[in-house]
Design a protein around this ligand. Structure first.
Ligand SMILES: Cc1cc2nc3c(=O)[nH]c(=O)nc-3n(C[C@H](O)[C@H](O)[C@H](O)COP(=O)(O)OP(=O)(O)OC[C@H]3O[C@@H](n4cnc5c(N)ncnc54)[C@H](O)[C@@H]3O)c2cc1C
Length: 379
């Protein structure tokens, strides 16, 4: 594909670059606790939304700018370049919204899309269960149809942001007798409905970013279903493809910011001996490889209209690089790492989950082997 930007794309980039230079806040105050930290990210997202920058690839009627895929790629690169803070409703913007746009009715889109973008309504993802993580088709959270309502009972786990969420995209089992993949139904659940209980789980970082969610006779109107009853698997696949593909650019942008931070750190500390220089340079090279793989995946997306399985390779390489990179940052600081603002320390601890969330490395390697390289199925 052609990697030079046309005039329209360059104008898009320059406008965004200018806006970020004028509006990007300083980094989150170090003393902010978890609640005020989320509110700070919510305010930042709202500001982006008001200027039309929260999700430029979304249709303008929902607050986007009808940006092309290439412009969306530029968008994420510029966010990374400027080290802009992460917005509050990442899962709504990257997963819930795009799935709604493919599967939602007009009413659902009218009602739900704009508040996702403005950060008025936060979304979470209720896919994983204690007995169903990599194997989503084994989901057992039960949705029983009673007239115009589904009655939901069961448990989800590791649901990021569920404790602050207003809606959850939920994969449920609606027909326990159906063959595998055929009995699932995809629901949008109001997290404030009676019977929804959220219990935060504290992570190694000390924060409680993810949660258990318990559903006890939760009534979900049929109009909150995405796609047909018992055909939730296809809807969930749309979410997962976006999780691994669109997210690729966002993740690479964050990595770009970290690599530059690492370069600054190596420079500042002047402990850039031969070995350190080699390691830092290698991280920069890996980042470029990831960027170009992203562009190659974008080419597939533009040709076919859907994200392809290459997204799995990007997520895999990103997660492993982020773990390596944050470890290196921490090592460059040495014992001082415990005395500074703790950014590298926190990033290193948080990166442990990167090779598990959004598909474990083992599962992603299987996908790359089977669907990108055409090797025989593992099972
Ligand atoms: C930080 C973080 C945030 C998360 N946020 C969310 C969220 O918002 N919503 C949500 O629904 N989930 C979320 N998850 C859960 C995540 O999606 C699951 O942890 C992940 O899918 C793995 O599932 P599991 O933990 O049940 O492990 P399992 O699927 O039980 O896997 C256990 C081990 O077996 C390996 N394995 C499993 N199947 C295969 C196979 N076929 N071939 C080879 N090896 C295999 C795995 O790689 C792993 O090492 C989050 C997880 C983390 C760490």
């Amino acid at each position: 594909m052609d990697l030079t930007f046309n005039e329209r794309e360059l104008a898009f980039r320059d406008e965004l670059r200018g806006w970020l230079a004028d509006n990007k806040p300083e980094q989150r105050p170090a003393e902010a606790d978890e609640d005020s930290g989320y509110q700070w990210r919510r305010d930042w997202q709202h500001k982006m939304y008001e200027a039309g920058w929260a999700a430029p690839a979304w249709p303008s009627e929902y607050g986007g700018r009808n940006a092309t895929l290439t412009e969306q790629a530029i968008y994420f690169e510029e966010l990374g370049r400027s080290r802009a803070p992460v917005m509050a409703n990442t899962l709504g913007i990257l997963l819930g919204g795009p799935t709604l746009m493919v599967w939602g009715t007009d009413d659902q889109k009218q009602r739900l899309l704009t508040p996702i973008l403005s950060a008025e309504e936060i979304w979470c993802q209720g896919f994983s269960e204690p007995g169903a993580g990599s194997d989503l088709a084994a989901a057992r959270t039960r949705a029983e149809r009673r007239g115009e309502t589904y009655v939901v009972n069961g448990q989800k786990v590791w649901s990021s942001f569920a404790h602050i969420a207003d809606y959850c995209i939920l994969v449920t089992l609606s027909d326990p007798d159906a063959p595998r993949y055929k009995g699932l139904t995809y629901l949008i659940v109001d997290m404030h409905a009676p019977g929804v209980e959220v219990r935060p789980l504290r992570q190694i970082t000390g924060e409680a970013e993810f949660n258990e969610i318990f559903f006890n006779d939760v009534e979900v109107p049929v109009e909150n279903r995405l796609g047909e009853e018992n055909e939730g698997w296809q809807v969930a696949m749309t979410t997962l493809l976006h999780e691994r593909a669109t997210l690729g650019f966002a993740l690479t942008a964050a990595l770009d910011a970290s690599v530059h931070r690492l370069v600054d750190l190596a420079r500042e500390r002047a402990n850039g001996g031969e070995r350190v220089r080699e390691l830092v340079a290698q991280e920069w090279i890996e980042l470029q490889a990831l960027r170009f793989t992203n562009y190659r995946a974008l080419g597939t997306y533009e040709r076919t209209g859907a994200p392809g399985p290459e997204g799995s390779a990007i997520k895999l390489r990103w997660s492993e690089q982020n773990q390596r990179l944050t470890k290196l940052g921490r090592e460059l600081l040495g014992p001082e790492g415990n005395l500074d603002d703790g950014w590298w320390h926190h990033q290193q601890l948080r990166s442990r989950g990167n090779t598990i969330e959004a598909g474990t490395s083992e599962v992603l390697r299987n996908i790359v082997a089977e669907r990108v390289l055409g090797l025989p199925r593992s099972r």
